[in-house]
Design a binder for this molecule. Structure first.
Ligand code: ADQ
Length: 745
């Protein structure tokens, strides 16, 4: 638009200036013509009455003088006539201009002296009049008197004003016409071809790589179109080669790595684009209040931890809520950016939510309703109708945002978690060819519990829009099949492990999620190391047994039970006082929900109370670090910890347990792991506990400390083997392989 203005404005300006000059000249000319006309008329009138005036003066006939001036009274436009004697004294005046008497008339003496007529504009009342004064002389050219004719000039100004008006209207019409014509020309020769090229490029982006562009022009635009076409061709060829090479390599490699996953995606998906949808975004731009600087952080979220390496391996687009307070500053015109920021491997598209939407959909329905419903922690789920309406609205918003990105070829859409149960059906309604999978990262409850949700039918119906639904463990799959069987009109096929509803089949499978399997301390930044060194000095950690907990502050993670168990452990085994320190890294989470807010207060109070109870010199049993830590910052803690405690009351998987094992390259350390986590099924060499049994929990801490180093080594080795084999690349690879087998991707 600005460019268009730059183009049109000068033309408009030139036309307007030209037209105004022409208008001014036209007005001048008309004004001169009218005044000339007036003068001629006045002169003619004056001359026509000269004879009668002479008689009046010669005979001193005042009666006739009055008759003469009164004859002007009825004339239209004429203002009047005045008869003067030779000294300029008024002898007779037309009645309607009697106040002309009061006007100062210096010119009378001049006319009498020069005996020459005079015509000029004069001020009268509030306007101007034209006065033509004629000296009347006798035969010897002696002045007898003077006759003045006064003309109203207002019609001259009325004529000029209406001329101005007509000229202005013509100018405006002309300008509008010019703008319209320019717009038409510009659309025809510039915009239409660009639209055609953009449309073709969009099709190319969406996967129609074989179409030819329709720009036939040989001009600059035509050249641009052929250049773009060449890039498209190279891309098409490159993709094919990558996909063939990937298939070859895939058959050779055994262990799952980032490269193997990338090969699998290229081999199986080829041109089919890959999309991930989640609530939490992998990168958040947040303003640091004290400094005003913007930080780019990786949120504390299991979903992010797991999905990020997958996207780094295979590229694609990740659509998520832009929740950071500086997020809008870092996206392009389509709300997208390349991430990781330092090495763009995939695209993040941010979806914006209003405060009301976030309150209803995220805090309300998802986290006060579905989260406690799915976790066996005796926290009462709350379902409010307005939250449900907002949840539906936000699911639709994400569906719209995703649909506008989808290519023509069937895309693979991988939805994360309980925030988007309605999304699969919404997508399938518009794009039945899309391959849709949903991974449920938390436990799935039994049918009796799930039926508590007043909207259970819509949720199940929405989820069954998927081709595949994944859970961490088989038990959650079984619960889901039972739920679908009991609560929805559907057929459960126990042979194929699928649910069939209205002729559409959805496969249910267990895919235990994991971490990338090779966390290493070698690439640590200097800052985190410095921080941990400071802690070591401050709390003399070098000669202490260090326990570690790393959690989002959530009631499902069993943080309270953990503190109680540490208390009991020190009570029961006082020989460990001043020898054992427990570091808890805790990221505040969902703090707008009362239950979470209260929990934070409860933990603060309990830590304070227990530390006070045991405080001895510089030693306190619990170091509570309540903030968000980057992965770089957490890893040195894992390396330092002799024991890692994961005491979730219920957890879909729990990645902290796996991260700890992956970080323990030196095979030291023990993992205490709640039996109610998904991870407990795989990490059978961990010391498993029931976190509700504080006594057993306290004994497990003692066992972890006192376990012979060789036993610890063996257990850690076994667990590391499990994790390196079943890493997150395998998790994603298995899901894609399963989809490929089911849907012939
Ligand atoms: P969460 O309950 O969020 O997710 P969890 O498995 O406990 O996930 O992982 C939490 C992640 O956040 C870990 O990567 C951890 O390092 C990180 N983290 C924890 N505390 C942090 C802190 N203070 N600062 C920064 N980062 C921190 C859900 C389910 C889990 C499931 C995951 C993945 O509830 O059961 O394992 O998804 O599917």
């Amino acid at each position: 638009m600005r460019r268009l203005l730059l183009f049109i404005l000068p033309i408009l300006l030139i036309v307007a200036i030209g037209f105004t000059i022409f208008g001014i000249m036209q007005i001048r000319f008309t004004e001169e013509r009218l005044m000339d006309d007036l003068q001629k008329k006045a002169k003619a009138v004056d001359e026509s009455i000269e004879f009668s005036a002479r008689n009046i003066f010669l005979n001193n006939d005042l009666k006739s003088a009055n008759r003469l001036v009164e004859s002007f009274q009825k004339r239209e436009r004429l203002q009047g006539c005045v008869v003067y004697d030779k000294d300029g004294k008024i002898l007779a005046i037309t009645e309607r201009i009697t106040d002309w008497k009061d006007k100062e008339k210096a010119y009378l003496a001049e006319v009498a002296a020069k005996k020459a007529p005079r015509g000029a504009l004069e001020k009268f009342r509030d306007s101007s009049v034209y006065s033509y004064i004629l000296p009347v002389t006798d035969d010897e050219n002696n002045i007898l008197g003077m006759v003045e004719v006064i003309y109203d000039t207002s019609y001259v100004f009325t004529t000029l004003t209406s001329l101005w008006r007509r000229l202005s209207i013509s100018l405006i019409t002309l300008l509008v016409l010019i703008v319209l014509i320019m717009l038409l020309i510009q659309r025809r020769i510039f915009i239409l071809p660009v639209i055609r090229l953009t449309e073709w490029f969009r099709h190319f982006q969406r996967g129609e790589t074989d179409a030819f562009h329709s720009i036939r022009e040989k001009d600059e635009l035509g050249k641009l179109a052929s250049e773009v076409e060449q890039v498209a061709l190279s891309l098409r060829v490159a993709r094919k080669i990558v996909s063939e090479k990937a298939s070859e390599r895939l058959q050779k490699e055994e262990l799952w790595t980032e490269d193997k996953l990338r090969d699998l995606i290229h081999a199986r998906l080829g041109d089919n684009a890959f999309f991930v949808v989640s609530n939490r975004e992998p990168y958040m731009h947040v303003i640091d209040e004290p400094t005003g600087m913007v930080n780019c952080i990786r949120p504390a979220s299991g979903v992010v931890t797991a999905m990020h390496p997958v996207l780094c391996a295979c590229g694609g687009t990740w659509i998520a809520h832009g929740g950071g307070n500086a997020d809008k500053k870092f996206v392009n015109s389509k709300d997208k950016l390349g991430v990781p920021p330092e090495d763009n491997r995939y695209i993040l598209k941010r979806v914006w939510l209003t405060k009301e939407e976030e309150d209803g959909y995220y805090y309300g329905f998802a986290n006060e309703g579905l989260w406690p419903l799915s976790h066996n922690t005796h926290t009462r789920p709350i379902f409010r109708e307005p939250d449900w309406q907002m949840y539906k609205k936000v699911n639709q918003k994400f569906a719209d945002s995703l649909l506008e990105e989808l290519p023509v070829k069937p895309p693979l859409i991988f939805i994360q978690d309980y925030h988007f149960t309605l999304l699969p059906k919404m997508i399938k309604e518009k794009r039945p060819d899309a391959i849709v999978a949903l991974f449920w990262h938390i436990p799935w409850p039994n049918p009796e519990n799930f039926a508590i949700c007043p909207y259970h039918k819509e949720i199940l119906d929405g989820m069954l829009g998927c081709d595949l639904i994944g859970f961490h463990v088989q038990n959650h799959c079984n619960n889901f099949l039972d739920t679908a069987n009991r609560l929805l009109e559907s057929r459960v096929d126990t042979e194929r492990f699928s649910v069939v509803r209205s002729g559409k089949e959805t496969f249910i499978r267990a895919f235990p999620i994991s971490v990338n399997g090779h966390i290493s301390g070698s690439k640590f930044n200097v800052e985190p190391i410095r921080e941990i060194e400071k802690l070591k000095k401050e709390y003399e950690l070098k000669d202490k047994i260090v326990g570690l907990g790393v959690d989002r502050i959530d009631y499902t993670k069993g943080i309270i039970e953990r503190i109680l168990a540490i208390d009991r452990f020190l009570e029961k085994y006082p020989q460990y006082k001043k020898k054992f320190v427990f570091i808890q890294l805790a990221a505040p989470s969902r703090t707008h929900i009362k239950r979470y807010h209260d929990l934070m207060g409860e933990i603060d109070e309990l830590v304070e109370k227990k530390n006070w109870k045991y405080l001895d010199g510089n030693w306190k049993p619990i170091i509570y670090l309540k903030r968000h830590f980057s992965q770089d910052e957490i890893e040195p803690f894992y390396m330092l910890a002799d024991i890692c405690i994961v005491s979730s009351l219920h957890d879909g998987m729990n990645l902290v347990a796996k991260e700890y094992v992956a970080a323990k390259k030196d095979l030291t350390g023990s993992l205490i792991l709640s039996q109610f986590t998904g991870a407990a099924r795989e990490l059978t060499d961990a010391i498993q506990i029931n976190p509700y049994s504080i006594e057993e929990f306290a004994d497990a801490i003692k066992l972890a400390i006192e376990m012979p180093p060789e036993e610890k080594r063996k257990r850690m080795e076994n667990m590391r083997k499990v994790i390196s084999e079943n890493n997150v690349y395998r998790w994603a690879g298995n899901i894609i392989t399963e989809l490929a087998a089911l849907k012939k991707v």
